[in-house]
Write a protein that binds this ligand. Sequence first.
Ligand SMILES: N[C@@H](CCC(=O)N[C@@H](CS)C(=O)NCC(=O)O)C(=O)O
Length: 240
Amino acid sequence: MVLELYLDFMSQPCRAVYIFAKKNGIPFELRTVNLLKGQHFTDAFAKVNPLRKVPALKDGDFTLAESVAILLYLSRKYKAPDHWYPQDLQARARVDEYLSWQHTTLRNCCTRALWQKVFGPVFLGQSVPPETLAATLAELDRCLQLLEDKFLRDQAFLTGPQISVADLVAITELMHPVSAGCHIFEGRPKLNAWRQRVEAAVGEDLFREAHEVVMKAKDMPPAEPAVKESLAPVAQVLLR
Ligand SMILES: N[C@@H](CCC(=O)N[C@@H](CS)C(=O)NCC(=O)O)C(=O)O
């Protein structure tokens, strides 16, 4: 039975999982779960992931939530090349360190940037006070600085000389504010050169394919009332 990945390309961790699986030739069936249509609230999806979030994985009777767990499961099951998640104790610890850091920092402000600049005003018709957006963008800038100073430093990739899952998780996050029109690489030549190295390592076609949906987010038509209602709890958190 072929492995199933439940993804929505609007979601940054889904893009990381997709790129990883494709790049490593992992056979899978794509099950699209459109979050903006509330498809994660269906009973069928709850059987795969009771947390009702994407990404999710189903491998026979085994189901798994959480992007980091999924990336590591795929890496181990399909014996992906070592650089993705190195065996070496300290090299692996560097990847773990980034994966642990990013969830509450970079991920948070990248998600908020897209919601406050696009999903709120364009899709849900909810404008965000300028000071709220300014605070989000300032936090994003602070996280980008930490990303450069603490993680990237003078290395080719975030955790060493070769690409790892940390780079995939990071770049897919950063494409969120980029899709919202934030010029986050401007004035950051080191980070921009890293972005180009990651894109080249992934392959430009695959990178573009994974980001096509989110890059068109700002052209979405306004949401239907039922969709607005289903997204209200999330909007309440992310738009303030
Ligand atoms: N920690 C989880 C986060 C998953 C997550 O928050 N997914 C979002 C999309 S990026 C989602 O499914 N949101 C739907 C909701 O919260 O209702 C992971 O890394 O997989």
